[in-house]
Design a protein around this ligand. Structure first.
Ligand code: 4AD
Ligand code: MG
Length: 503
């Protein structure tokens, strides 16, 4: 074993010219004659390690040549700058030690179907893509806590077992609590409201459960939500808080995860534009946009673009299939096969979009004032903007019982959704809360909820009621938007989906 110090790949930049030892796993390798290139990952990054036959014992050279993907090992060598290498540095290996060889690792650099990958999530987490997403999620969570902790908010841990229906009676997960029915929390908001009357500015941050019978790319049954709640705030104050908050998260990710964003091919220049103020639309204005000629033209233009993209992919597939007919080395065959898998899945996605475009156009054109905005409506609005959009003042009937009505127009409530740009849709929902005892009681009764269960919640309107409000931001949807990941299931380590819990 060499005496050189163990170093992390993230620290190579401080060790140029020095001999270091890395401890990690073999991510990928290729050999050509007397030289091998091992890509090693160690949790902090990837590093290309160059093994020259002349520099190490022959036996070790052979062992490394046949070492399987994900074998664990240490490698020792001199750090060199190499802008072409992954990470910008490489190691010229002088010795190596195999810790545990791995054979037949199921996830190869070739493409695999999503079902296979979710079944193997415990291993798939090691892929570079999942690694990048996981690190960005870490920054998002850290930024969330930092923002609230540095702005005078007190953390309140709200319960997970509850009798309160916070959002929607259709999406409760019932549990048998020693013989009595309770359910898993849909939101910590109602508890936070009582804490806000003690601390002024509070937030909770934890797992949230919704039995959503919805298999869309935007829904999980267990997701993480952060919810701030503030006493003495109005709708404008909430919008300002939300845009500062989201801008801070984006700035932190840009500062700390540039290389991960690049590896994921995220839209960095669009993220750089995410600064206050965001766009503000009322629900009624959003509906006007949806039914307008402008939206129609936008969707028609989008359809043309989708068809062009489809044509390009079909051309590339034909080109690769023609190449397959020729004489090829094994690695060339593998490369073409991998690209074809990717292209065919892109093609399937495009076909779905092409098929959905006219349906979404029709839904938008026929949108009736009073309905909640659907996923496709949100997508259209958010695609038509280059920064997040606040949609405010929804019809009362489409929203939760606790939202305060606009007193000058009781049909609508003082609420907002924040839609992320580029079609990602709602990442935040929030509102001013009904602070009048009688109106709140009436809303609870209208919804068929038991006023006794909400006795403590009503008390807040009895003893020093004040205008107050807050919002909830979904972590996975935010990460999906920032990383450009299409499906939020990739934005949590172990996703819980309606139709399946894999591991
Ligand atoms: O809009 P929602 O339902 O708002 C509330 O729960 C409020 N009580 C929050 C508050 O005012 N304190 O949910 C807030 C956010 C959504 O915008 C979305 O980002 C996320 O939570 N979310 C989900 N994320 C993943 N899967 C689901 N099934 C989600 N449902 C909501
Ligand atoms: Mg919502």
């Amino acid at each position: 074993m060499s005496s050189s110090a163990k170093t992390y790949i993230s620290e190579l930049k401080n060790n140029v010219g020095k001999e270091v030892t890395l401890a990690g796993w073999l991510y990928n390798s290729r050999a050509s004659g007397k030289i091998q290139f091992l890509i090693v990952r160690d949790g902090t990054g990837l590093c290309q390690c160059v093994v020259e036959k002349a520099n190490i014992p022959e036996e070790l050279f052979d062992q490394l040549k046949h070492l399987g993907q994900e074998s664990s090992l240490t490698v020792t060598g001199t750090v060199r700058v190499d802008p072409r290498s992954v990470g910008g540095y490489e190691l010229a290996i002088t010795s190596a030690q195999i810790i545990a060889p791995a054979e037949g690792y199921p996830i190869t650099p070739k493409s695999h179907g999503i079902d296979f990958l979710l079944k193997n999530r415990h291993l798939h987490l090691r892929s570079h893509r999942q690694w990048c997403i996981g690190r960005i999620r870490h920054t998002v969570v850290d930024a969330i806590r930092r923002f609230f902790n540095d702005n005078g908010f007190i953390l309140i841990d709200t319960p997970i077992f509850t009798a309160i229906v916070g959002e929607d009676q259709q999406t409760l997960f019932e549990v048998d609590y020693f013989g009595s029915p309770l359910h898993l929390t849909q939101t910590g908001q109602l508890y936070l409201e009582s804490a806000a009357m003690s601390f002024g500015k509070v937030y909770c941050f934890g797992p949230t459960f919704r039995a959503e019978k919805s298999k869309t790319r935007r829904h999980l049954t267990e997701f993480w939500m952060v919810e701030p709640e503030v006493a003495f705030i109005d709708l404008d104050g909430l919008l300002e808080l939300a845009e500062n908050f989201v801008s801070f998260i984006v700035a932190q990710v840009l500062q700390k995860n540039k290389s991960e964003l690049e590896a994921l091919e995220a839209d960095i220049s669009s993220l750089e534009k995410i600064k206050p103020p965001f766009y503000r639309l009322t629900y009624t204005e959003a509906v006007e946009i949806l039914i307008s000629q402008k939206a129609k033209d936008f969707l028609t233009q989008q359809l043309t673009q989708l068809k062009e993209q489809k044509q390009q992919i079909e051309n590339r597939i034909a080109e690769l299939e023609a190449q397959q007919a020729g004489q090829l080395k094994q690695w060339q065959k593998d490369k073409i096969a991998a690209e074809l898998i990717e292209l065919r899945s892109e093609l399937a996605e495009l076909d779905t979009k092409i098929e959905n475009n006219p349906k979404h156009a029709q839904l938008a054109a026929e949108f009736q004032w009073g309905k909640d905005l659907g996923g496709s409506d949100e997508t259209i609005i958010s695609q038509m903007h280059d920064k997040p959009v606040f949609v405010t003042h929804y019809p009362k009937e489409a929203k939760a019982f606790y939202m305060k009505t606009e007193r000058a127009d009781e049909k609508v409530v003082l609420n907002f959704d924040m839609l992320a740009p580029a079609g990602f849709g709602e990442i935040i929902g929030g509102s001013v809360r009904e602070d009048d005892y009688d109106r709140l009681l009436a809303r609870i009764q209208e919804q068929g909820l038991n006023p006794e269960t909400y006795g403590w919640y009503l008390d807040l309107r009895k003893y020093g009621s004040v205008p107050h409000g807050g919002f909830g931001l979904g972590v996975e949807r935010t990460v999906a938007w920032l990383t450009g990941e299409k499906h939020i299931r990739q934005c949590i380590a172990f996703p819980r989906l309606m139709d399946k819990v894999y591991i």
